[in-house]
Design a binder for this molecule. Structure first.
Ligand code: HEM
Ligand code: SF4
Length: 556
């Protein structure tokens, strides 16, 4: 079989490392089961291996480095869902997959099965550098400046088991994109990196101190043009300053954003420069030889389309209006002629955002093999991308997606809701996020209505930890507890793109059962008052939130 395209190919050293890590964890699990380890002793060990304890069961979080999976990996996830979980998995906003109903005694076997396809759950939790995320259209999008996957892989290797950064003050999230449109929410990460071409190789613009949670902050630019050979040294120095000075006395003040805020970005930059001046830079130099050696471990798809691919594609759209609508919302321009990027929405109207059944996962693996070189991508909006589809084959692919309820034409529209697990799974939750998401997507199920409303993101978190990114939603909903009742606070105006902003609170929180109507009134008001071609955010910035407040609270 040809090497799967899109991601780094493991070698025998990588595989031996995974095996030894699983042996170690299997021993820890056995000691927990026979009682020789207490839960308190076991907790840091299981977290290092992606194993959480949720409200009802263990949850295993599996890394999908920079979001790229091959068909055989997806098939393995499908079979694990069937064999060890309740027949589904949950794709998250940080390009991970979570299994929610795992039995502790099964975890070594699951990890061994994952290792068979070069996957693992290391560093998907705990106070370490988490799965490095990247642009879901990387290496495929027509508007891309630099393919960020090789650098994402270098960052993965640098950060995995980095001896100095295993016990950071708090978790640490890094995202990298090479597109002029920020598709990774770079400014909401501990470190966000945007790369572009320079005269002598790529340059890296670096943001630090972004994040959500109870103190939402937009990351600030620390360096504008770091050269490739200095990238690792610079990141190492940023982390060292954080590791040395980040607060460890208070979990809520421990993220890098709090340190950057306390010092100010200029003082933080100076501290990083001082650190750099005493480092042995040669040890961290990213030479062209190293970059090329990593690049060589990525198989490249052979993109060839017949001359009439685009003609066939246009004719298919003319013939079938439903297909044309899906193309409009769920595709992105590919860099290669005759090809297109397809976004498979895992947000069917009324469904649970990000959940896919084992049957859907295995069909997606088949479709990836048939239509996209066996490659799939997990997006930061909890969808799946088939990155290299021939335009003349897209109609057939779409028909297959329809059959498995994965052809919702709602990418980036109001039905493409992000919701955290909330009170259905999470022990920290105030409210159930999932049912609100289901009711909202059912309310706006009509494809004509969604397309008329245009781009509008709704993000829902069940508590202030903000896993559903509510701060960055055009409309954000935050679950709050009022005397034991589930209420939601509305924020408007958040966005995670290159104009990143934190939403502003609209007013008093509303009871759960009034939320869907309140949001529908906000959307109706927008449709009534928007100017020609104005998006929801445009109207909000022109008129402020007063009209939306009136609508939400039915102020006469
Ligand atoms: C049910 C299990 C989960 C638990 C217990 C949990 C817990 C947390 C906590 C405590 C934080 C805040 C960290 C801080 O501010 O320092 C956090 C942040 C976050 N979580 Fe989760 N989470 C869970 C599931 C998820 C899921 C399923 C997703 C994706 C859909 C997710 C995405 C995120 C993101 C993106 C952040 C970052 C917010 C930031 O920038 O601070 N989490 N999580
Ligand atoms: S936002 Fe709160 S409720 Fe939702 S998953 Fe995160 S910690 Fe749990």
């Amino acid at each position: 079989m040809n090497a799967p395209v899109g991601h780094y190919q493991y070698d025998s050293v990588d595989r031996a490392f995974l095996q030894s890590r699983i042996d170690e964890f299997a021993d820890q699990v056995a000691r927990r089961i026979d009682g020789s380890l207490t839960e308190d002793e076991f907790k840091p060990l299981r977290l290092m291996n992606g194993l959480y304890l949720q409200l009802h069961a263990y949850m295993l979080r599996i890394a999908v480095p920079y979001g790229i999976l091959d068909a055989r990996q997806m098939r393995k996830l499908s079979s694990i869902a069937r064999r060890y979980d309740r027949d589904y998995g949950h794709f998250t906003t940080r390009q991970n997959l979570q299994f929610n109903w795992i039995k502790l005694e099964d975890t070594p076997a699951i990890l061994r099965e994952l290792a068979e396809v070069d996957m693992h759950a290391i560093q998907t939790s705990g106070n370490c550098i988490r799965n490095v995320t990247s642009d879901e259209f990387a290496g495929a999008a027509a508007d891309e400046l630099v393919d960020p996957r090789v650098h994402a892989e270098i960052l993965r290797q640098w950060s995995t088991l980095h001896p100095e950064f295993t016990f950071l003050p708090r978790k640490f999230k890094i995202a990298i994109s090479g597109s002029p449109h920020d598709r990774v929410a770079a400014r909401f990460h501990d470190i966000g990196i945007l790369t572009r071409p320079g005269p002598n190789g790529p340059l890296f613009r670096i943001f630090v101190g972004g994040g959500m949670g109870r103190t939402p902050l937009v990351g600030q630019e620390i360096f504008d043009s770091v050269r490739e050979e200095e990238l690792l040294a610079t990141l190492e120095a940023i982390l060292r300053v954080y590791n040395a000075h980040g607060r460890r006395d208070n979990i809520y003040k421990a993220r890098i954003k709090i340190l950057v805020q306390a010092l100010g970005i200029d003082a933080y930059r100076e501290a990083v420069q001082a650190e750099l001046s005493q480092m042995d830079l040669a040890r961290y130099r990213l030479t062209p030889e190293i970059v090329e050696a990593i690049r060589a471990r990525f198989a490249v798809p052979n993109l060839h389309a017949p001359d009439n691919a685009s003609e066939i594609f246009l004719a298919d759209q003319k013939r079938d209006r439903k297909f044309a609508r899906w193309v409009q919302s769920n595709t992105h321009l590919h860099r290669a002629p005759g090809h297109i990027i397809a976004v498979v929405s895992i947000k069917p109207a009324g469904g649970i955002p990000g959940d896919a059944t084992s049957e859907q996962m295995s069909r997606l693996a088949d479709l990836a093999e048939q239509y996209s070189f066996g490659e799939l991508r997990v997006t930061h909006l909890q969808n799946i991308v088939l990155g290299h589809v021939r335009q003349d084959k897209l109609y057939a692919l779409w028909q297959e997606l329809e059959k498995i309820d994965l052809a919702a034409p709602n990418h980036s529209l109001i039905g493409d809701i992000i919701a955290c697990p909330g009170l259905d799974y999470c022990s920290l939750a105030n409210s159930r996020s999932i049912p609100i998401a289901q009711k909202l997507s059912a309310r706006f199920a009509n494809a004509d209505l969604q397309s008329e409303i245009g781009k509008l993101s709704i993000n829902i978190s069940g508590c202030i930890n903000a896993c559903g990114h509510h701060h960055a939603g055009n409309i954000g909903l935050l679950g709050v507890d009022k005397r034991g009742e589930e209420f939601f606070q509305i924020t408007l105006g958040g966005r995670a793109d290159e104009k990143a902003a934190i939403g502003s609170i609209l007013g008093a929180s509303l009871p759960e059962d009034e939320m869907v109507d309140a949001i529908a009134r906000i959307v109706d008001r927008y449709l009534a008052i928007r100017g020609p071609g104005e998006s929801f955010l445009d109207t909000l910035s022109r008129l402020g939130d007063a009209p939306f407040k009136e609508a939400a609270y039915e102020i006469a």
